[in-house]
Design a protein. Structure first.
Length: 132
């Protein structure tokens, strides 16, 4: 599967705040959408967000968060269950600080994924911060 992912400008500000000790805006939700516009770091929302809760404006909660032997390396896992978003094509995913609204940390676009009831998606995002 081909994809393009980037951290948004507001996501970079979030990294800065988290590194300085402000934990008030932790990443907590995944959002999926049908937008196919190319990524740009000025984006603050998904191109065409779809909500998995039967029309309610809420995103799925991040399923697991775990540090990997280092406080600046983390894995975030989100799930889209087989009974969610069986409406057709998905083209994008993003990490957010809230179930509705909040800050979009990143946006990833990919080739069309036809979501059906026979498919459960598990998405892992690995975030590592290191000095270069």
């Amino acid at each position: 599967v081909g994809y393009l992912m980037g951290v948004t400008y507001t996501g970079k500000q979030l990294i800065r705040d988290l590194l300085s000790g402000d934990s008030s805006s932790n990443l907590s939700h995944f959002g999926w959408g049908a937008g196919s516009t190319a990524f740009h770091d000025s984006q603050t929302i998904l191109g065409s967000e779809l909500f998995p809760s039967g029309g309610a404006v809420t995103r799925n909660t991040i399923y697991t968060t775990r540090n990997l032997d280092n406080p600046i390396r983390t894995t975030l896992t989100g799930r889209l269950e087989s009974d969610q978003l069986n409406t057709g094509n998905l083209y994008e995913i993003g990490l957010f600080t809230a179930g509705s609204g909040g800050t979009m940390f990143n946006r990833q676009t990919f080739y069309r994924l036809l979501k059906t009831g026979r498919l459960r998606l598990v998405d892992d995002f690995y975030i590592e911060v290191k000095q270069i």
